[in-house]
Every structure is written in C-alpha cells, then in structure tokens.
Design a protein around this ligand. Structure first.
Ligand code: ADP
Ligand code: ASP
Ligand code: MG
Length: 458
C-alpha cells in the first residue's frame, strides 16, 4: 500500500489536477490519496469567516471566487460531459457554506469551532470534484470525508489526534471501499461528538502520515511544488538545493522551525512503524525528491539546512531578585500555559538575572498581561524589575545532525552573522546539539539566511 498526498500547490487548476491524476495512474500497487483544498481556497475561507464576523458583506465575493474556481476547473476537466450530480453536489456544499457564513454575519461572532467548519469546505469541495473526475476517466474512486475516521479532542483549530481510535476507523473505512481508490480529505477531522475539527494549517501532510501508519503502508509520499526539502526556503535563498536524504530528527527540526514543506507532526505517526516518507514534485515527477527515514544522514557538510519562524516577539523578564529564587521559572511557564501561549524558545543567562521567552507576536499581549498579574508580588517587592517586550523579530534555526560535538561551529556561525553586522537578541542551542537557534530583527532575516547558507552550505 502506498499513501500519496497532494497539496494545494499540486491542485491549483485543471492542468495540475490532470498531472496529479497521471501520477496516480502510474502507480501499480494499491494506493490511498489524500488531497488538500485547491490552492488559495483555505485562505479565502478564513478571510470570508473574518469578514462575515466583522459584518462586512464582501465575504460573499469570496464565496463567488471559490465557486468560480471550482466551476472553471470542472468545465475544463469534463468539457461537455459534466455530470449533473457533480454540479448539484457542489451547489449544495456552497449553499451550506453560505448559510453558515450568513449566520456568522448575523451574530458577528466566529468561534474557532465555526472557523473549522468553514475551513472544511476547501478539502471537501476539492476531493468531491476530483473523485468524479477519476471515475469519469474510468479509474474507480471513492470520496472519503476524513471526519469519519480522524478523531481528535475538541481543541478547535489544532485538534490532538486519538491514534488508536483513528487507526481502527481508518482500516474499517478503507476496507469498506473495496478495490476503489480512496480520495480522502486532508486537514479535517472530528471530535468525540462528531463536530468538525482541523489539524492546523498544512495539516493534510499529517492526515497522510496518520493514514499511512494506520494502514502499515510501505511508503508515504508528500507531493508538492518543489523538488523536495531544500537547504533553505527557496523564496529567500536563491541557491537553496534539494537534500536527497534526511534523518527524521533533522526533518522534524526543519519543519518545526518553519520549513512549511511538511507539517511538523507529519513524522510522528510514521516514526514508530518505520515507514519512509518521500517529498516529491508534482511538476517534476521524475526528480528523486527527498527521502526521510530513521537512518542518519549521509551528507559531508556539517549544516544540513536552515529554517526560520516569522512574527515572533521576545519577552524579557529581568530582575536582580530572581537570582536563586526557586520556582520562578515554573511560575513563568505556568502563567504562559494558563494564557494558552505557546513558548517557541527560552533562554536564561547563567547569572539568572533574566529569562527570555519567544512566542508568536499575536499571543504576546496576553502573555505579558498574565505574567504581570501572576508575578505581581515579585514586581512589587522589586525582585523583578522589568517585563519588556520586543516585537518584529524572527527566529533563525541552523540544523544538522553532524553539528553534534563540532567544536568551534558556534563561534564560526556567529562571526558570520557578526560580519554581516546583524544584532542578535537571543541564542538557544537544543541539548541534542542538532539545532542552534537565534533571534534577529525581521529586516535582517534574508541577509542572515543568505550569508549563513553561502558560508556553510554553498
Ligand atoms: P503544499 O500546497 O504542497 O502543501 P506548501 O506551500 O505547504 O505546499 O509547501 C511547499 C512550499 O514550502 C514550497 O513551495 C516552498 O516555497 C516552501 N518552503 C519553505 N521552506 C522550504 C524548504 N526548506 N524546502 C522546500 N520548500 C520550502
Ligand atoms: N488546506 C489546508 C491549509 O491550507 C491544509 C493543507 O493544505 O495541508 O492549511
Ligand atoms: Mg502544505
């Protein structure tokens, strides 16, 4: 069994859909297909939900754009032979979407729960039209709504998956469709009350690996619009090139630190079952791609790749009274957990004079408010003098398995950054030594990535 996932970039229009169908047709073994929404559709849905919530009627234009995108694609795929039930099925889904957004407009409120329902239409519309097209080409296929088998908790927007329950349901479902090819909606899931949840942006990759692990697949393939995982984001570093083979740990570090080519959780389900994951290019299917396995990487350079996280803020908590004050770190971390703020990176100077925390800018106001409240006593008694926030930052992560035990690498790295005249706000090194991360101003990001790439990767 092979599991193949095609992202929105592989499904941007009828031409790309035809290429995708061709790639699937060339596979000889049994296959399960996971699809994202058509390119740009999830963003349009989110934008529509936000506009409706503001009472801005322009959300209706987004629905029209989504409708036109699908109908244009359908008319190019089927020509004169568009099945009536396909059109009525698309219409039905779109009118349901319209009703939901009208409800949002009326109450001027869109919870994360409602947003998940709105976002689910992207994958549902795309898989629906794709299944019809496969059947039209006499390649028997079954439309599968993943909400029937990917089960999560009720954490809307980023559901945590119940593996055991999901794996059982996936097997039952795939068995029930016989020899037809399952065309499965990525990204969407449901909670124990069968309410729609999602797995987080880019979550279709994760859907694919969950299905691969459930079915004990021989391989999971993530098909996208680049030749594999590259040494850096190709939109920023022009000389970035494909990494033919990556260890799971390296791939996880890269994706966690912003290489959006795979969702950070993608490798969790496949790791236990030792299922290899390939990243391949729909636009260039004969390219070898990137293979991610549990084997160490075979590269001769020390640094494997670079990644970055945008829109982060630094919270600096400073005070002479923090020295030797037991429990201060736990008080800080508990406060952030209470505020549901995700900590991306932490540094503490060994003088214990200050603790710096990096979080997403959209969460920083809440974080600061909570910290001020919970640290009030320490602030009043001047043990903590200052809680300072710095915005407009990015985290740069330098990743590589061969970095372990490399004396002098850190010095070399920061002298490269220093020579480019860039100011560093904070530095952290993972104890695995596979990752050095540092924080700089957002305007310095491109220069830093290009200079480090030139010096260490080539
Ligand atoms: P899909 O629609 O197939 O899920 P995404 O847009 O989510 O595709 O991810 C692919 C994109 O990720 C590429 O087009 C590329 O611009 C970007 N990207 C960022 N970092 C990397 C990297 N290190 N390697 C490859 N692509 C990267
Ligand atoms: N369509 C969803 C998104 O844009 C999921 C995905 O593409 O993987 O985030
Ligand atoms: Mg993606």
């Amino acid at each position: 069994m092979k599991v193949m996932k095609f992202g929105g970039s592989s499904l941007a229009d009828s031409e790309r859909i035809k290429q995708t169908v061709q790639i699937i047709s060339d596979v000889e073994e049994p296959v399960s297909i996971i699809l994202s929404a058509m390119k740009g559709v999830t963003n349009l849905l989110i934008d529509a939900a936000e506009k409706a919530e503001e009472g801005n009627e322009e959300y209706k234009q987004n629905i029209t754009t989504i409708k036109e995108t699908h109908l244009k694609c359908i008319s190019e795929l089927f020509g004169e032979n568009i099945p009536d039930v396909l059109l009525s099925g698309i219409d039905k889904k779109l009118s349901e979407l319209k009703d939901i957004l009208h409800g949002v407009e009326l109450v001027q409120e869109c919870s994360l729960k409602t947003k998940d329902i709105v976002m689910s239409f992207g994958e549902r519309l795309n898989c629906y039209q794709f299944t019809f097209y496969m059947n039209y080409l006499k390649k028997p296929a079954s439309y599968i709504d993943a909400r029937t088998f990917i089960k999560t908790d009720s954490n809307y927007g980023k559901g945590s998956v119940n593996f055991q329950k999901s794996y059982k349901l996936i097997n039952e479902k795939i068995e029930s469709i016989g020899n037809t090819i399952g065309i499965i909606t990525g990204f969407i899931s449901s909670d124990s009350d069968n309410r729609t949840t999602t797995l987080g942006r880019n979550g279709s990759d994760y859907t694919a690996s969950l299905i691969g692990a459930a079915l004990d697949a021989d391989v999971v393939e993530i098909w996208t619009d680049v030749d594999g995982v590259l040494t850096a984001d190709p939109r920023i570093v022009e000389n970035a090139f494909v990494i033919p083979q990556l260890s799971i740990q390296e791939a996880m570090e890269l994706s966690y630190f912003g290489a959006e080519v795979i969702h950070p959780y993608t490798l969790i389900p496949t790791i236990d079952k030792k299922i290899p994951v390939y990243i391949k290019n729909t636009l260039n299917p004969t390219a070898k791609g990137t293979l991610i396995t549990d084997k160490s990487s075979e590269k001769d350079r020390i640094i494997t790749g670079l990644a970055s996280i945008d829109n982060v803020s630094l919270i600096n908590i400073e005070g002479g009274g923090m020295v030797g004050m037991p429990g201060i770190a736990s008080l800080i971390f508990n406060s952030l957990a209470e505020a549901d703020v995700n900590i991306i990176m932490i540094t503490q100077a060994s003088s214990e004079h200050s603790i710096s925390i990096l979080c997403r800018t959209e969460e920083v106001a809440l974080a600061k408010q909570k910290l001020k409240k919970n640290l009030d006593l320490a602030i009043q008694s001047r043990k903590i003098q200052n809680i300072e926030v710095v915005d407009d930052l990015v985290i740069i992560a330098v990743i590589g398995e061969k970095m372990i035990g490399q004396i002098g690498l850190t010095g070399d790295l920061f002298s490269t950054v220093g020579k480019a005249n860039l100011n560093i706000f904070a530095i952290a090194q993972g104890s695995s030594e596979r990752n050095i991360s540092f924080v700089i101003h957002k305007d310095d990001k491109n220069l830093a990535l290009n200079e480090i790439h030139k010096r260490f990767i080539g």
